[in-house]
Write a protein that binds this ligand. Sequence first.
Ligand code: ADP
Ligand code: MG
Length: 261
Amino acid sequence: MSLLSISHLSSGYAGGFTIRDVCLEVKPGTVVGIIGPNGSGKSTLLSTVMGDLSPMSGSISLGEKDLKQLSRRERACAISVVSQMIDPIAITLRDYVAMGRLPHHPPLYYFESSADQEVVERSIRLVGLESLADRYMTELSGGEQQMGAIAQALCVEPRLLLLDEATAHLDITHTVRVLSLVRSLAQNKVRPLTIIAVLHDLTMASEYCDYLVLMRKGQVYAQGSPEEVLTEEHIGEVYRMPVSITPHPISGRPMVLPRMA
Ligand code: ADP
Ligand code: MG
């Protein structure tokens, strides 16, 4: 049974860009990578899954329910999103992370329970930000703010986590930390998290994702395992750039290297 089922989805902006006929089945505990050139519709797809854009046709279901059947609050408890742009506010990182608990409480009746506090502290620990918990978000680096946003999204305890270029401001150590973390959360036997991550680094996508969706001009050009999707023909055609693909010396997963002129 899929956690997320997208069937013949079209969505986009009235009179403008649309994604068309997107079909995707995501099993619980899977890390899905969305790849494709700038402007190919990756964020439009995630915004539609998040419910910020309504499908023009086709459907999206989460578990057994069509997304349209879920209330705003149910959706906010089930799906959390981290985007590339973070708008830092002048509150401590701990309070910022705690905002992830808001959808679990009725509006205006938010009293942080000890159970909430435990989730907040655990989320901060998972991303390794314990030493910065009392600092103001506005006093953190872009990368630290981004890790804070990831902690807030984990604090929601969602079933589905959407990462839209959420590692864009991170150095290689923090990128690996985040991707290893999401992979280990996906592998949790009791409560597996399911992740859909827009990634630009094709080798990272190959290494950390179970399944890849390659988008081109609003449509799915190819989907499948990293080996099936990351071929020299697919990447050369979609990115209009010659690449060499070679197995990673340790993992054996495909590595994508631009072919230098
Ligand atoms: P990607 O995330 O793959 O880079 P997007 O899904 O953000 O691409 O954008 C796809 C296309 O939709 C782009 O051509 C972009 O200009 C257009 N677009 C994005 N957001 C809007 C919007 N709010 N209104 C109209 N067009 C938009
Ligand atoms: Mg985008």
